[in-house]
Design a protein around this ligand. Structure first.
Ligand code: CS2
Length: 485
């Protein structure tokens, strides 16, 4: 069987890039070479290269695993992107990645320092930055940050890599790159800027000032539901291309990228892939975080605890689907109006995307890292709902379901891993507590610094969560769901 490595190898029904990838140099370094990057920013860059060309291929850096790098390098960094929906599956081979490198500080720094690198993009997940949400600076309790502060000659984390690379560029008289955060965090450009400037301050105050004044950190909102690839992904890629492709990934047809247009050294024509350039991303980001991601987190905990493996199964359950719509409506009420967008239509479209029968998106995957997701997805809109006198029940319900999930055992008695970077703290907070809603809720709210004071002091919020949790303990999660209807 042929292994995908040349565009000319593609004999099946997949579409090959409309340009010659080898004719384009690299101008972007991407940190975090996971499926989401390959389904989203790399696909948009591919469209930009086809439309307007330019030396904008991507050097992808995998910060953790070598596996994806070896697999990509063995196939000349080409891979098949499948789009699935009720109509079927379509495939396209992406040529935008020019090179892949694994966690090797010097190789990563060389790529970051190359004068041709004009943009650095990142998808490292919420926890991957090592930024302390309270101070906005580097989290000194994070082992990667601690290592990098002590060894700035060989940084492993993103703050260290960016600060050291910017320092080397400054010393060499090379213009800085623009840094484009593509993770689901509010005001993600400023968030990352604060982290990098904070890290640089530990190295050299002058460097921190220079980064603050000279480096662009545009914010962006990214959206494309991308489940983990499976054997079915690889089998369909083979059928469509005629080639074995170990890097094939699958996603939904929908894609959205809203970007602040701040790229002093230029950028690819990402509009060609559907990107929207705006002056202020914040409203789009809040819409997506509170509606899509907030509903996702709610349905992930509730669905997982109800025995639903995939989002589509949650949506096929009439009671759960009603709660998803309730959550979307409640989240929409916390948003300020956005020109050209009707939040009701956006909610309809989200429901349709969640229902996509061809996408196998696991509730357990979305449930991961709750401590990193809850603040911006559930707690921030809950605060706004309180301030404006709107119903807080949907947010209290989502929070109670996360707390129920934190127990690590479902109603059938099956244990599971919580999969959260703060799992040890969650376990310590709950250790020895009886199944009592008020006590469990209190413990998680006081022992983890996630909950804003205005929520901790709100008696309606407290009573709501304790009651919902008690219903799950006394009658099970399905009764708690039914009581909401
Ligand atoms: C999901 C997101 O895993 C999660 O937490 O909510 O990854 C979601 O699928 C993407 O943000 C969609 O763009």
């Amino acid at each position: 069987m042929k292994r995908l490595s040349q565009i000319s190898d593609i004999s099946g029904a997949a579409r090959a890039p409309d340009y010659d990838p080898a004719a384009h140099g690299c101008g972007i370094v991407h940190l975090g070479l996971g499926a989401f990057h390959r389904a989203h920013q790399a696909a948009m860059t591919d469209a930009a290269l086809a439309a307007e060309g330019g030396d904008w291929r991507i050097t992808g850096v995998s910060l953790r695993s070598r596996t994806v790098v070896d697999a990509l390098e063995a196939q000349n960094c080409l891979y098949t992107l499948l789009e699935r929906d009720a109509e079927g599956v379509r495939g396209r081979v992406i040529g935008a990645i020019g090179k892949a490198i694994a966690a090797d500080p010097r190789a990563s720094l060389n790529a970051l320092c190359a004068p041709a690198t004009r943009i650095v993009t990142l998808t490292v997940t919420e926890k991957g930055y090592g930024i302390d949400r309270e101070t906005g600076g580097p989290d000194q309790n994070d082992p990667v940050i601690a290592h990098d502060l002590a060894h700035s000659d060989a940084p492993n984390g993103v703050l260290g890599l960016l600060a050291v690379a910017l320092s080397e560029r400054r010393n060499a008289g090379v213009e800085p790159f623009a840094v484009l955060c593509c993770d689901n965090l509010p005001d993600n450009g400023q968030f990352l800027k604060n982290g990098v400037v904070g890290f640089a301050r530990h190295m050299d105050a002058g460097l921190a000032e220079w980064i603050d004044a000279n480096v662009a950190f545009p914010s962006s909102m990214v959206d494309r539901i991308t489940p983990a690839a499976t054997d079915a992904t690889r089998a369909d890629a083979l059928a469509l291309t005629g080639c074995t492709d170990l890097c094939a990934i699958e996603t939904e047809p929908f894609t959205q990228w809203v970007i602040e247009d701040s790229f002093p050294q230029g950028r690819p024509a990402w509009e060609a892939g559907g990107a929207l350039f705006v002056d202020d991303v914040a409203k789009y980001e809040n819409m997506k975080l509170r509606m899509l991601n907030g509903a996702h987190s709610m349905l992930a905990y509730t669905g997982f605890l109800s025995g639903k493996r995939y989002v589509r199964e949650v949506m096929a359950d009439a009671n759960l689907a009603t709660l998803v719509r309730r959550h979307l409506n409640a989240a929409a009420k916390t948003l300020t109006p956005l020109a050209m967008i009707d939040y009701g239509t956006y909610a309809d479209d989200l429901e349709a995307r969640f229902r996509n029968p061809a996408i196998a998106h696991e509730t357990y995957q979305i449930a991961m890292d709750g401590t990193q997701k809850l603040p911006q997805r559930i707690l921030a809109p809950a605060l706004d709902a309180i301030a404006s006198g709107h119903d807080i029940r949907p947010f209290g319900f989502a929070t109670a379901m996360w707390m129920r999930y934190c127990l690590g055992i479902d109603d059938t008695g099956t244990p599971y891993e919580i999969r959260d970077p703060r799992e040890a703290e969650i376990k310590a907070a709950l250790d020895g507590l009886p199944r009592n809603g008020a006590q469990i809720s209190q413990a998680l709210q006081t022992r983890l610094d996630l909950f804003p004071a205005a929520l901790k002091e709100n008696t309606e919020w407290q009573t709501l969560i304790a009651e919902i949790l008690d219903t799950t303990f006394e009658k099970g999660v399905s009764s708690a769901v039914a009581s909401e209807l």
